[in-house]
Design a protein around this ligand. Structure first.
Ligand SMILES: *[C@@H]1O[C@H](CO)[C@@H](O)[C@H](O)[C@H]1NC(C)=O
Ligand SMILES: *[C@@H]1O[C@H](CO)[C@@H](O)[C@H](O)[C@H]1NC(C)=O
Ligand SMILES: *[C@@H]1O[C@H](CO)[C@@H](O)[C@H](O)[C@H]1NC(C)=O
Ligand SMILES: *[C@@H]1O[C@H](CO)[C@@H](O)[C@H](O)[C@H]1NC(C)=O
Length: 531
């Protein structure tokens, strides 16, 4: 399959001095080692408390903890949204959903995706001479448009959006579809309810359904190859790994001795930690002094998955839990968007340092562009800032203001109704996501807003008294900040994402092949052209 093909491909093309056949620009005089390489690893549904370095109760992240000791750990670092597609689209564009158009998740059959006139980080770096690769979960639908990436290996969306024969915890396997004859009535009911999850290499489906048990291993292999060959090409590289770990289903790996007997979530964390460790080792062996490795997450834990959800650490959102519902993923409570974050760059980022600067996934774009010596597109506004002074230990100042867009639990998708100002957190709308007990805290509007001071209330338990001087001081500032951002967005070039769905875009290796497990209208008309 793809593996051997890729090997041959690499041998062939490195000889010609050009890494990938999809790329029509071969190296043109770039000298070796001038610009830094970037490896950005994004975890999925990982809680702030899932990183041992953040939260001593967690003992499953030895490699990440080591990376924290060898680099900088951010304790007040936030995802750009509390759900997958908007969060990932913001990483790639440096812009909030209200600007880049991606305010909620795409579906398997979404016709559109990240708007093509948004400029991705990969496009900017490609223009600056970088080799660019994306591995793992894309999530910005469809795979046919991965703007700016020379190489892709992974799944197009979450691994619970499709069936597989090796599903892991909390996901049923693909129904077994017999070949040939029509199935019996009962099979007809059970069969083809779900499209099998595809694994892509560039634009080709190389496995369907994907084997989730061996996926982390393949990701590591492909990432190591990418780093190897990009380094050998003499050009700087960007590797973006948008993992699906710790999203359910948690994979059932071939349990090694140290994983046996552990709870599935802990075993899954160890699998991810080991994957990150392998990539870091490769960076250390290949391009240590010249590679900036950034690890963070796309949103907080998915509480409704109970023991298969991660830990929010101390960010327990108590005001919300008293109303019912979960204060994690999909919400604007800290548990929804405060994520683990680590920066590692030997010789540049100081070692074993904890930063309390208020930073965001939105900052990755401007920071990486600045470090690459490239420039931001001039015809639009960005929500992130260049955090390199913080990274290098020269400054402790991050954002004064950060917006947390609604991500499904309450309010309109993408709307900016939760604001962070210094240590204050202001809610104009609140609501819980579905909790483990099935409860959903109802949506509530607050005007005047609820204001918490995170400095002495990280659990967001007790809002400030509306009559207090502190409250009266913060309120007018927040009103002005919100009016300003809405004005700014109104005057910006904003894009619209196309969320329409059509069954014809369902990814399928070959609609006539039973292993594709395509969704069909019935056995009488076996899917043709639609899958
Ligand atoms: C999936 O991968 C695992 C680990 O490599 C292997 O043991 C297993 O046989 C594979 N399963 C299928 C259905 O291919
Ligand atoms: C990191 O710092 C902590 C305290 O600030 C110290 O206890 C620990 O030994 C340091 N670790 C390393 C690897 O330097
Ligand atoms: C929007 O795009 C147009 C055309 O590219 C450009 O002239 C204008 O300055 C842009 N507006 C902003 C706010 O950047
Ligand atoms: C994308 O295209 C739309 C429609 O032409 C336009 O309104 C919008 O400003 C563009 N976005 C950017 C970032 O230029």
């Amino acid at each position: 399959m793809g593996w051997l093909f890729l090997k041959v491909l690499f041998l062939g093309v490195t000889f010609l001095g050009c890494l990938y056949p999809l790329v029509d620009f071969c190296p043109s005089g770039e000298t070796r080692g001038q610009k830094p390489n970037f490896v950005i690893i994004l975890a999925d549904d990982m809680g702030w408390g899932d990183l041992g370095a953040n939260w001593a109760e967690t003992k499953d992240t030895a490699n990440l903890d080591k990376m924290a000791a060898e680099g900088m750990r951010f304790v007040d670092f936030h995802a750009a949204a509390s759900t997958c597609s908007p969060s990932r689209a913001s990483l790639l564009t440096g812009r909030l959903g209200l600007r880049n158009g991606v305010t909620h998740n795409f579906a398997v059959t979404s016709v559109g995706g990240l708007p093509l006139n948004e400029t991705t980080l990969a496009e900017v770096l490609q223009q600056a001479g970088y080799v660019t690769g994306m591995i793992a979960k894309w999530g910005c639908s469809p795979v046919a448009s991965l703007p700016g990436f020379d190489y892709y290996f992974g799944i197009p969306y979450s691994h619970d959006m499709g069936c597989t024969d090796t599903p892991g915890y909390n996901h049923p396997p693909c129904p077994a579809c017999p070949r040939g004859d029509r199935p019996s009535r009962s099979l007809e009911r059970d069969c083809y309810t779900d499209v099998a999850l595809p694994l892509y290499e560039n634009l080709n489906i190389v496995e369907q359904p994907v084997n989730l048990s061996s996926l982390a291993h393949k990701y590591a292999e492909k990432a190591i190859q990418f780093i190897q060959h990009a380094s050998a090409s003499g050009r700087p590289f960007l590797l973006y790994m948008g993992l699906a770990h710790m999203h359910v289903p948690i994979s059932r790996t071939q349990l090694s001795a140290d994983l046996r007997g552990r709870r599935p979530y802990g075993a899954g964390l160890r699998e991810m930690d080991s994957l990150v460790g392998q990539i870091k080792d490769k960076v250390d062996r290949t391009a240590k002094e010249n590679t900036f490795l950034w690890f963070t997450g796309d949103n907080g834990p998915w509480a409704q998955k109970c023991e298969l959800a991660g830990s929010v650490g101390p960010f327990t959102g108590l005001w919300q839990t008293h109303q019912g519902g979960s204060p994690a993923k999909q919400t604007t409570w800290e548990g929804g968007h405060r994520v683990p974050a680590l920066a590692y760059w030997p010789g540049r980022v100081p070692v074993n340092v904890t930063s309390t600067a208020l930073l965001s996934v939105l900052d990755i774009f401007p920071t990486v562009v600045a470090l690459a010596g490239a420039s931001l597109p001039q015809d639009r506004h960005f929500d992130g800032l260049d955090a390199s002074e913080v990274l290098f230990g020269w400054s402790q100042t991050g954002h004064r203001v950060l917006f947390h867009p609604n991500s499904g639990a309450a309010g309109e998708f993408g709307a900016l109704q939760t604001v962070r100002l210094g240590s204050y957190k202001v809610f104009y709308v609140s609501g819980g996501a579905k909790a483990c007990d099935g409860d959903v805290g109802r949506e509530q509007h607050h005007d005047p807003p609820l204001i918490f001071n995170l400095e002495d209330d990280v659990a967001e338990a007790v809002p400030l008294d509306r009559g207090s001087a502190e409250y009266q001081d913060v309120l007018p500032k927040v009103r002005e900040i919100l009016a300003d951002v809405l004005l700014d967005i109104a005057g910006d070039n904003t894009s619209r994402a196309d969320y329409t769905r059509h069954p014809s875009v369902t990814p399928c290796c070959n609609p006539h092949h039973v292993a594709c497990r395509c969704q069909a209208t019935g056995w009488t008309d076996f899917p043709t052209g639609r899958c």
